[in-house]
Design a protein around this ligand. Sequence first.
Ligand code: PA5
Length: 420
Amino acid sequence: MKHDFHVDFSLADVSPEEIGLYRSGLREGRAKLASQGEAYGGWYSIPFRYDGKELRRIKDTAARIRRQCEVFIVIGIGGSYLGARACLQFLGESFPREKAESFGAEELVPEIYFAGQNLSGSYHADLLDLIREKEVCLCIISKSGTTAESAAAFALLKEALHRKYGKEEAARRIYAVTDRRKGSLREEVIAEGYESFAVPDDVGGRYSVLTPVGLLPLAVAGVDVDELLAGAADQNLQAQDTYAAIRNALWKKGKRIEIFESYEPSFFYFCEWLKQLFGESEGKEGRGIFPASLQFSTDLHSMGQFLQEGTPIFFTTILNIREPRRDAVIPESAGGVLGGKSMNDVNRAALEGVMKAHRKAEIPMVRIDITRGDAYAFGQLVYFFETACALSGYLSGVDPFDQPGVESYKAEMRKVLQTM
Ligand code: PA5
């Protein structure tokens, strides 16, 4: 099946000459990414050299988890959470059981829930209720092993498992993805004998979806992780470069916000993932383009006014699926311009209409079209944005791989907790 990944820059209001100004910066950025010395550039080569033995172990472990439980709880936050969540929603959120069989999975796919992505007592208490009568496995994902949200949720759910199964059986139902050597979670893995995977040393949280951080939960859900990696490896390098250059050129022209616009609800968490990727990579040293997202046509009825006539400090990146998974025809009885058309046709009309209106308002646009919302396309999107984001960060003069601002919130929160 053909997987088109088409990026249209023709409406971005940036000339080839302006893009050309970034050529040498892009070359330098690519050289940094490819060099072994670049501390957090490990993700850059992952799709092209994934360790086959580790991939086999991920799949075998996923098959075991499917046999063990009805509910699989993935505990993590930020980069240790958003990639898997985004992919599951992108592919259809909860996989019908028949679908798992068509992926080649012999076992039923468990229900998948997320924990530790917030500090809500209500959310976690509800989750504990929900799993009371179910067979459960946990997967704790934390590179540092010290993040408060994940640690709190893990302690809560682990205790529930201890009560339900006893410590020994609970340990057979706990899986961990963390640093290879450091951190209290790694120490616990060694002490308790949990099955575990490592987050590579040279891959930071928000660039880790194509490591066991994303691949293990996705394999449990029955996602074809080979397709995901194959899609990630299928790239147009020039499009990545141009997008990085255009973002910097638009910054120079006073654009301070990038709005990711999508027309399928299945993009919601992918846009959350994008916001983390760009926000943490570029938002530092008083610089950066603020990443935002809007779901259309829903948000046209709340933000449409601002988009057309508000402060002109943004540009948009449109995410479009050419062949949505399903469709529904609007009955003739609807009459007018709607009767007899399909929902997807009307959605397409919304997209075309919004683009025309944006054009009139002189809003710069980048448009990305994928053929279908499948695992291959998800891999293409992930790696396209990861690379373009890292290059864009280099062009703007920041380190796209640190997040001192996040660290500062963590430290301050710890101090407050000590006073309670
Ligand atoms: O991108 C990052 O590094 C962060 O957003 C982390 O993913 C997030 O803070 C969670 O950290 P950890 O995986 O150490 O629990």
